[in-house]
Design a protein. Structure first.
Length: 312
């Protein structure tokens, strides 16, 4: 039976770039990470690449930022697994240990000439534009641009993973949470207004807007996957309804020859696993699956409309 295939992140990842041997060396560093962190790093790299494309960055910077996304959590290999994989909230002491993955990763990259170009993104991807991040409390332009992009991609994927999304339905709620990080605290807004200072949040609103476009692309990709499956379902329903019509004609005939004729036609239309006894049940299952998929498509289109209305 044909199955719809959908990866939460579109497979259009790095197809536009030919990864040379040096880049492959950098990506192989991920093998030292646990499977969860490695998958997260791949997702962040995917997002970084596509955000850069919407930002119209040069190809050289896009590749640099993408590799930075792959490597951003490389320091987590030095964090005790009991802390790294703890399902509950970290204690303040454990959180301080977790935060060291930025400096540990930076030190590792600086010791390796092939990884050194990405060291600052590894170090600074948890810095915030308002200076509340770590490890050094950098502000605004002090934070490398690639680290700002990685920060947005990293935070988005962390929220997606935490909420265990299998579809982009309700993904706008995650984007709304990111919008909060792109806007300053109300008390700081008041102070900024009094002092006529520039208003900044934790993450870049410009980068976040490009993430919106990436999420819309992925939602459209999900819709296309479902539409392929819908097309398959409709073909199967049409075939099984034809079988059903043959059965009705056979039942209404008094001639054995006519009955045999329609039963033979039914046999020719049956696919593997289908029989005279179960085809009606299979037909109903296909019809129910079609209703569910069409409802999902409607909800996904509504989700895109919500995302397009979001303001940073």
């Amino acid at each position: 039976m044909f199955q719809e295939k959908f990866d939460f992140y579109s497979p259009v990842t790095l197809k536009s770039y030919n990864l040379d041997q040096t880049m492959r060396y950098q990506l192989n560093v991920l093998e030292m990470l646990d499977p969860f962190t490695r998958k997260h790093s791949e997702n962040v790299a995917n997002l970084c690449c596509r955000i850069c494309e919407y930002l119209h960055c040069k190809q050289s910077f896009t590749i640099h930022c993408t590799i930075s996304g792959y490597l951003h959590d490389v320091g987590k290999q030095f964090i005790p697994l009991a802390i790294l994989n703890k399902p509950d909230r970290l204690t303040p002491e454990e959180y301080e240990i977790m935060k060291t993955h930025t400096t540990l990763g930076y030190d590792m990259c600086m010791k390796d000439p092939k990884l050194r170009p990405y060291a600052l993104a590894v170090l600074d991807h948890h810095e915030s534009l308002d200076g509340t991040g770590y490890p050094h409390g950098l502000k605004k332009k002090e934070i490398p641009y690639e680290a700002q992009i990685v920060r947005v991609a990293d935070e988005y994927d962390a929220l997606v993973t935490k909420r265990q999304y299998k579809t982009h339905i309700n993904i706008s709620e995650t984007l709304k949470d990111l919008i909060k990080d792109a806007q300053p605290d109300p008390k700081f807004v008041a102070l900024d207004q009094l002092a006529s200072k520039e208003k900044e949040g934790k993450i870049s609103g410009v980068i976040l807007k490009k993430l919106f476009k990436v999420v819309i692309d992925d939602t459209l990709y999900e819709i296309s996957c479902i539409l392929d499956y819908v097309s398959y379902l409709k073909q199967q329903i049409k075939r099984l309804e034809l079988i059903q019509s043959y059965q009705k004609k056979a039942d209404s005939s008094n001639k054995d020859k006519t009955k045999d004729y329609y039963h033979e036609g039914m046999n020719l239309l049956f696919q593997e696993g289908e029989t005279f006894e179960n085809y009606s049940k299979i037909l109903e299952e296909y019809k129910q699956a079609l209703v569910v998929r069409e409802e999902t498509i409607d909800r996904l289109y509504k989700e895109i409309k919500i995302i397009k209305k979001l303001r940073v």
